[in-house]
Structure formats: C-alpha cells, structure tokens
Ligand binder design. Sequence first.
Ligand code: HEC
Ligand code: HEC
Ligand code: HEC
Ligand code: HEC
Length: 212
Amino acid sequence: MKKISFITLMLLAVTSMSFAQTITGTPHDMSAQAWNTMASNKLCGVCHTPHNAMAVSQAPLWSHTTSSTVYTMYTSAQSSTFNATPGAAPGGNSLLCLSCHDGTVALNNHIGNTLPLGSTLGVAYPTTTTLVGAALTNDHPISFTYDAALVTADGALRPITTAALGGTIATKMLFGGKMECASCHNPHNNQYTSFQRMTNNASQLCLTCHIK
Ligand code: HEC
Ligand code: HEC
Ligand code: HEC
Ligand code: HEC
C-alpha cells in the first residue's frame, strides 16, 4: 500500500514537472527576497494584486508602481526600412515591464508594501544586462500597430493571420493590435530562458514574424 502510493506520488511529480512552466524559481520569483514583506501573495504580489489594482491601461490587476520616465522610442538607422509608427511613449503591457526594467522604480514599490506608492526609495533594480533603461532606441521596436498595411509596406513581414503559439500572430502575439514586450516575452515562464515565449533556436522567434 505504502509502496503504491509512493510510486503514484513519484509519477505525479514527474508528470507535473514536465508540465510545470511556472514562475517559481525564475528570476521573476521574488517571494524569497528579504525585502518581500507581504504576509501572503508573495509570488504574484510584486506584480499583481487581487483587489484595488492600479489603473494602468492593459494591466491585469497591476500592483507595481509604474515609472514616470520619459522614454526615447526606436528610430531606425535606415529610415527607409522602418515603416511602423510607434507612439511617443511605450504603451500597453510594455509599461509594466519597464516599471522595473527601466531602473527608476524600486522593486519593492508595490501595493502591499509599506513604501509610499510612487516612491523611488527601496530596493534598487540591479544595473546588470537586465536593465533596459529609458533609451529604447537600441531595442526592438514596440508599441506600434502591426497590421496588413504594415505587412504590405515592409514587404518581408508575415501576415498577422500566420499561425503562432497555438493561435495566430494577431491573437497570441499582439496586444490591442500592437507589438509590445510581451509579444516576445512571457514574464511567467522561463523555460526558453530570458522569458522568451518560444525557443529562438535558429532564430525561430524572429522568423515567426520576419521573412528573411
Ligand atoms: C514580474 C512580474 C510578474 C509576476 C511576478 C507575475 N506576473 Fe502575471 N503578468 C505580468 C505582466 C507584465 C503581464 C501582462 C503581459 C502578459 O500578459 O504576458 C501579466 C499577465 C498576467 C495575466 C493575464 C494574461 C495571462 O497570461 O493570462 C494573468 C492571469 C497573470 N499575469 C497571473 C499571474 C499570477 C497568478 C502570478 C503569480 C503566480 C503572476 N501573474 C506573477 C507580470 C507578472
Ligand atoms: C516587479 C519587477 C519586474 C517586472 C514588472 C518585470 N520584471 Fe523582468 N526581472 C525582474 C528582476 C528583479 C529580474 C532579475 C534581474 C537580475 O537578476 O539582473 C528580472 C529578469 C528578467 C529577465 C532575464 C531573465 C533571465 O533568464 O535571466 C527578462 C528577460 C525579463 N525580466 C523580462 C521582463 C519582461 C518582458 C517583463 C514584462 C512582460 C518583465 N520582465 C517584468 C523584475 C521585473
Ligand atoms: C522582438 C522580440 C522582443 C521584444 C519586442 C522585446 N524583447 Fe526582450 N529579448 C528578446 C530576446 C530574443 C531576448 C534574449 C536575449 C537575446 O537573444 O539577446 C531578450 C532579452 C531580454 C532581456 C534580458 C537581457 C539579458 O541580457 O539577459 C530583458 C531584460 C528584456 N529582453 C526585456 C525586454 C523589455 C522590457 C521589452 C519591452 C520594452 C522587450 N524585452 C522587448 C526579444 C524581445
Ligand atoms: C511578433 C512579431 C515579431 C517578432 C517575433 C520579431 N519582430 Fe522584428 N519587427 C516586427 C515588426 C512588425 C517590425 C516593424 C517592421 C517595419 O517597420 O517595417 C519589426 C522590426 C524589426 C527590425 C527593424 C527594422 C528597421 O528597419 O529598422 C529589426 C532589425 C528586427 N525587427 C529584427 C528582429 C529580430 C532579430 C527578432 C528576433 C529576436 C525579431 N525582429 C522578432 C515584428 C517582429
């Protein structure tokens, strides 16, 4: 009896491991940080709160104070090849990533912490390669509409009806029709490293959208 339940447990453990694509243990798991003083919801709470969330556009129950940084958006070294028109500032869920990754808002500046909201005091973001900063000029362009007109203008983009991630580029990779950080990243799943949404072996991620 004991033996059977042990084997069952082992099997369960193995099965759940193969499906386990969770945030636990990834660089986004801040639950064990000394600064994480929340009584509960330690894992999700640095980014999400179940109640009284912040009013940020396209932010699912958002908890982390967003940044007031003025960003410089992408401009192409070859103006003739860049057809998209990003807005003046990042939008959608990109602002959520940048609330930590531009390095101006403390990591522990979220609902449920004692720091006054909006404060830049607290645990600073590490100045490593994970710091994207405020100059988005040298990062893949974000916060612009990717539609049929852009596909025509560019000439080497796949139509947004192309299959991707179990749906299409339009349904799975765009947010309000736009490219955002989360078009390429899934902040909850690090199985492909760098929180990429799929493997980029042989540039598979890039080739989902670009015909090159
Ligand atoms: C480091 C920040 C961060 C942490 C921690 C985090 N999330 Fe998120 N979450 C985000 C961002 C950013 C988005 C919006 C982008 C997206 O949809 O991928 C999001 C979107 C979501 C969404 C809506 C989109 C979807 O994938 O269904 C749900 C639901 C969600 N998170 C649940 C959770 C839960 C539950 C936890 C804790 C186990 C958690 N998140 C932890 C950053 C985080
Ligand atoms: C609450 C703050 C917070 C938010 C919000 C957040 N991150 Fe992070 N992220 C971190 C921290 C902290 C690390 C670990 C940094 C380090 O060790 O240098 C990290 C690491 C990463 C890494 C490196 C992962 C690796 O394998 O080393 C990537 C990629 C990343 N984040 C992307 C994103 C994206 C994209 C979003 C939005 C969808 C996002 N993050 C939202 C805090 C955040
Ligand atoms: C077009 C796809 C794409 C978009 C859009 C994108 N990234 Fe990335 N990002 C990647 C890939 C791919 C990597 C893996 C590292 C590499 O190949 O250089 C990465 C790496 C990172 C890293 C880790 C850097 C390191 O050296 O470990 C961070 C942090 C990050 N991205 C944050 C963001 C944020 C924040 C945004 C939005 C402002 C964003 N990314 C938008 C594709 C993208
Ligand atoms: C979800 C779709 C998508 C993914 C994934 C993606 N891109 Fe893009 N990328 C675009 C779109 C759309 C544009 C804007 C094209 C235009 O303006 O004509 C763009 C623009 C670019 C540009 C700028 C071109 C210029 O003229 O300045 C480069 C370079 C680029 N992508 C490379 C990459 C690389 C490398 C990857 C993989 C790491 C990648 N992209 C992943 C959709 C994507």
